[in-house]
Design a binder for this molecule. Structure first.
Ligand code: UD1
Ligand code: CA
Length: 450
């Protein structure tokens, strides 16, 4: 299998290579590589060229841990077009009898469709089988020109199409199954064409046919799969389709998505049965939400997990682990290293970082809790903060079970509060407090006569 990813992506108007732009939280190219891996081909080749070092490094990073076969990187020296990319891949392609060639900018293509293409190619015994789709708006795609009998004659790129050809709505998806020998024979005859003087891979199909070969087509059941990303408008479109696929998968497994047009879920997100996702919910990366939760509105959760029956409203959560029956928000900010619950409560305008909030403990209002361990059944009063940073180092605050902390307390870390201790409101605690003790550390009120 050969993935073409060397293009300049000029129409993206970006300093980032097109194939590295994110769709569903992953670089676009990830989807092609995942597909290739699932097809278990004899080899996977990726043609890179534009910003090749960066693209290769990113591919290696995104494939770590799951790709079951090595990638052969093929460096295209100049961006001479999709045909040029295939020409430079000859040493790789020559090792195989049949090859699937696809583009790195088609993240909606599914395993089932490419598998069907490979089968159709085998059964029809042609030299090329091309994956096509009918698009209501075929603008920008190569059009499939057929004879009156329906045989595929050629693909005409839009830049070269006559008005009659431009009106054809059957388009080339950019994915093909080729018999390698006739492909390479034809590729060697390709010459630059079009306004940018590119070597078009699509012209090879016409040449294969002229040499007596057969070109077949396999239509994609779902036209979305043929969509390629050339501009950011297409990027947004593909993002919407991919997001909707992820949401459909969740809805069919028992998740309520109140407004799918305003809910965004990355491909690897897991959500349990009877959880409700309210509008404005964004679930990113490796996030899992348990059963019976309510998430949103206006909540972003990234690389985090929630147990069953949690609530999280109007909040930001990143790299946190929240255990069952815990309630978060509205307006909480949970930062990396937060572990809370079960049955904990983190409320309005509280920020938590690198801290453990134990069973049944509450940080309900206006707190900053950083580098802190709070055991079970602790109540933290409104406005309480940990002073965890002395300007050089971070220090820990440890609060024992059933401690009661009044409002507006400052814990100057490192400091340890014993089990069942009580801290008077407004205290600035600089020393450890023993189990069961009452600590008050504030100036006594004076009422002066005026
Ligand atoms: C291409 C097809 C078009 C098809 C469409 C589907 C050609 C000539 N046209 O057009 O028929 O409808 O895809 O999306 O192939 N690339 C290289 N090296 C290069 C140039 C491009 O590797 O020098 C790669 C790109 O990274 C990309 C792929 O080839 O993944 C296709 O190139 P692109 O410029 O996107 O072609 P389209 O104009 O979309
Ligand atoms: Ca394209």
């Amino acid at each position: 299998m050969l993935i073409l990813a060397a293009g300049e992506g000029t129409r993206m108007e970006s300093t980032l290579p097109k194939v590295l732009h994110l769709v569903g939280g992953r670089p676009m190219l990830f989807y092609g590589l995942r597909l290739a891996n699932a097809l278990k081909p004899a080899g996977i080749g990726v043609v890179i060229g534009h910003q090749a070092d960066l693209v290769q490094k990113e591919i290696e990073a995104m494939c770590k841990g799951w790709l079951t076969r090595p990638i052969t990187f093929i460096r295209q020296s100049k961006p001479t077009g999709s045909g040029g990319a295939v020409l430079e891949s000859i040493p790789f392609l020559k090792k195989f009898q049949t090859a699937i060639v696809t583009c790195g900018d088609s993240p909606l293509l599914t395993f089932e469709t490419v598998y069907a293409l490979a089968n159709s190619h085998r059964e029809q015994k042609g030299q090329v089988t091309l994956l096509t789709a009918r698009l209501a708006n075929p603008k920008g795609y190569g059009r499939v020109v057929r004879s009156p009998l329906g045989e595929v004659l050629k693909i005409v790129e839009e830049t070269e199409a006559s008005p009659k050809e431009a009106a054809i709505t059957e388009v080339n998806s950019g994915t093909y199954a080729f018999e390698v020998a006739p492909l390479l024979g034809a590729a060697k005859e390709l010459v630059p064409q079009g306004p940018k003087r590119e070597i078009y891979l699509t012209t090879a199909l016409e040449l294969v046919r002229q040499r007596g070969g057969r070109v077949n087509a396999c239509a994609s059941g779902n036209p979305d799969e043929a969509l390629g990303v050339n501009t950011r408008i297409q990027l947004a479109h593909v993002e919407r389709v991919l997001n909707r696929r992820c949401l459909d998968r969740l809805m069919l497994s028992g998740v309520t998505v109140v407004d799918p047009t305003h809910t965004y879920v990355d491909a690897d997100v897991e959500v349990g049965q009877d959880t409700i996702l309210l509008p404005g919910t964004i679930l990113k990366g490796k996030t899992s939400i348990g059963k019976g939760c309510v998430v949103g509105p206006f909540t972003t959760i990234e690389n985090s997990s929630f147990g069953n029956n949690c609530e999280v409203r109007c909040s930001f959560v990143k790299e946190a682990r929240i255990l069952e029956k815990t309630s978060v928000g509205p307006y909480s900010h949970l930062r990396p290293g937060t572990v809370a619950g079960p049955r904990a409560r983190i409320g309005n305008f509280s920020e938590i970082k690198n801290s453990r909030i134990g069973f049944g403990s509450k940080v309900p209002h206006l707190s900053y809790i950083g580098d802190c361990e709070i055991a079970e059944d602790v109540n933290i009063g409104a406005g309480t903060i940990t002073c965890n940073y002395d300007g050089v180092e971070k220090h820990k605050t440890i609060i024992g079970a059933k401690a009661f902390v009044g409002s507006n307390v400052n814990f100057v870390a490192p400091v340890k509060i014993g089990r069942g201790a009580k801290i008077g409101a407004g205290s600035t605690i600089t020393d450890d407090v023993p189990d069961g003790a009452l600590a008050i550390a504030r100036a006594r009120q004076e009422n002066k006569q005026r």
